[in-house]
Design a protein around this ligand. Structure first.
Ligand code: G4P
Length: 524
């Protein structure tokens, strides 16, 4: 099959939500449609439960599961669909941000009763910045929840998205009758716990009195609400969805397998095929023959006898082939892979080739960092895989003087994996670990000990935020560095970082030094 055809049959996306909205359940139902799994309950939740913070083995076990479920591929109607899983736990938000760089679209799941929750807001903000096409699935209609208009209003306000409903709920909770599918102009009737594929009843004229036979007294309400909705929301236009201007919304119940097939059928019609990516050098089109790809996730092998890791590479252009030497741009070295892995449902299998939109798992003994680029020789650096300014900080100290080398190596590699960020104080030389969540400190300590034989202890540091600093005004930058010497650090790439110990310190620095730019993501 030609490269163009292979690209045309791929859809790569992520499902994002606040924990408990139903991401795992929806993923599972999609896999059932794809025939990738046979029974419900087969997809293990990738949730790291809040209660697990003190249970190391539980974290490790769950991390193991998350490798298996990191990418789930399945075929549906001759298409190759790749779902990239994202950890629900907010302490792993940065992992999720990076995964979003590797997808072409997302489905956002919202709980009808809870509405827009904080984690959803954060993740959608990242999608908005990148203009990623978004479909919204409002879940759990079998339970009482918010009124559809109020909810759409909340989505528009809190998520700053323009929406257009493609289905409309008919009542909810114990009175839930189903949805009217605006996209297909058909009626889907709800029966709880139905695991078979539901068929819609074509119903293009809602004024038809027969509507009452299907949904009783809700018929009039449906007519009124749809009439109102048509006045309020714009017509769906696929170009506007693809450019990230408007989000189609579906209603359903993942647990009851209701509304999922319609979502999938609409998704495969409208969702983007693999799109190109920007590099510092130029735009890369997926149809270019030479291979290019970037690493967006690295996962340590759970088996202590095998120290290797899996680097997840998104293929951006060309055809990836097993055993063919590729150019590792940062190391300026050729590498070839004898057992690259593809992920079909929960199974890993060796692949001979992969195409744009695919994720390949590359076994790695320490050659890869997040953001690394592979090509056929061209020097390219993909953009858009930033690190974010961490939110929690601790000094990390060596607790076993005989193992300082192991500690240095462990910290280096774990931070390459993106578990945390590492800064070094300019004045003190002390190492500072920055993370987006408290759980990471525990994960690092545990993994240093179990994977590298190194012990560390943490000491508190009063730190509000770190900001990368740059300026065209050299005199001002030098003055700043001199005066703030004890608040300066450098990151792993030796770039200058300002350590602000309070919001006030950051604000006064920004006011006093107007020519200095303070960056809160590593890409500037
Ligand atoms: P997450 O991955 O987004 O965190 O959510 P997950 O799918 O695990 O769903 C969270 C809970 O919500 C689960 O219940 C799940 O069964 C339930 N759920 C998902 N979709 C629906 C729906 O359409 N209707 C209703 N009523 N419930 C739904 P749980 O009791 O927390 O877990 P479990 O023991 O059922 O796995």
């Amino acid at each position: 099959m030609s490269l163009k055809k292979e690209i045309g049959r791929r859809r790569t996306f992520a499902i994002i939500s606040h924990p408990d909205a139903g991401k795992t359940t929806l993923t599972e139902k999609l896999l059932l449609y794809g025939g990738a799994i046979q029974i419900a309950g087969a997809v293990k939740s990738n949730k790291i439960k809040k209660t697990a913070t003190s249970d190391w083995m539980e974290i490790e076990r769950q991390r193991g599961i998350s490798v298996a479920t990191s990418v789930m591929g399945f075929e549906y109607n001759d298409l190759m669909i790749n779902i990239l899983d994202t950890p629900g736990h907010q302490d792993f938000a940065e992992d999720t941000f990076r995964t979003l760089t590797a997808v072409d679209s997302v489905i956002v799941v919202i709980d009808v009763a809870k509405g827009v929750e904080p984690q959803t807001e954060k993740l959608v903000k990242v999608c908005r910045m990148r203009k990623t096409p978004i479909i919204v699935f409002i879940n759990k209609l079998d339970r009482p929840g918010k009124d559809a208009f109020d909810l759409l209003d909340e989505i528009e306000k809190k998520l700053e998205l323009k929406v257009t409903p493609l289905s409309w709920p008919i009542n909810m909770g114990q009175y839930f009758k189903g949805v009217y599918n605006i996209f297909e102009r058909s009626l889907y009737l709800f029966e709880p716990n139905k695991q078979r594929v539901e068929e819609g009843v074509a119903f293009s004229d809602l004024a038809n009195p027969e509507l009452k036979q299907y949904i009783g007294n809700d018929a009039e309400t449906l007519r009124e609400e749809l009439h109102l909705a048509q006045g309020v929301y714009p017509d769906f236009r696929v170009e506007q969805y693809l450019s990230g201007e408007i989000c189609p919304v579906f209603f359903g119940s993942a647990l009851n397998n209701f509304g999922v097939k319609e979502l999938l059928d609409c998704f495969i019609q409208i969702a983007p095929t693999p799109i190109g990516r920007e590099t510092e050098e130029r735009h890369i089109d997926p149809q270019e023959e030479p291979l290019s790809g970037f690493v967006f996730k690295i996962h340590a092998n759970m088996d202590p006898n095998h120290r290797d890791r899996i680097a997840f590479m998104r293929v951006v252009s060309g055809r990836f082939e097993r055993n063919k030497p590729y150019h590792h741009v940062r190391l300026n070295r050729k590498l070839k892979f004898s057992n690259p892995t593809a992920f079909m449902a929960q199974k890993k299998s060796i692949v001979d080739e992969a195409f744009p939109g695919d994720i390949v798992g590359l076994y790695d003994a320490g050659n890869f960092k997040i953001g690394d680029t592979m090509t056929e020789g061209e020097i390219l650096h993909f953009k858009g895989i930033p690190s974010f300014s961490p939110e929690q900080f601790r000094y990390v100290e060596n607790a076993d003087p005989l193992k300082s080398k192991q500690l240095a190596k462990g910290l280096e590699q774990l931070t390459d994996e993106g578990v945390a960020q590492l800064f070094t104080g300019r004045a003190t030389g002390r190492k500072i670990v920055g993370t987006v969540g408290a759980l990471q400190f525990e994960v690092i300590q545990y993994r240093l000990l179990h994977e590298y034989g190194a012990s560390c202890r943490y000491e508190p540091i009063t730190l509000y935020k770190t900001a990368w600093i740059t300026s065209d005004n050299k005199a001002m930058l030098d003055d700043f560095k001199l005066r703030k010497a004890s608040y300066l650090a450098y990151d792993k790439e030796k770039r200058d970082v300002f350590l602000a110990d309070s919001p006030y310190a950051l604000q006064t620095a920004q006011e006093k030094y107007p020519d200095i730019r303070f960056h809160f993501t590593s890409e500037f």
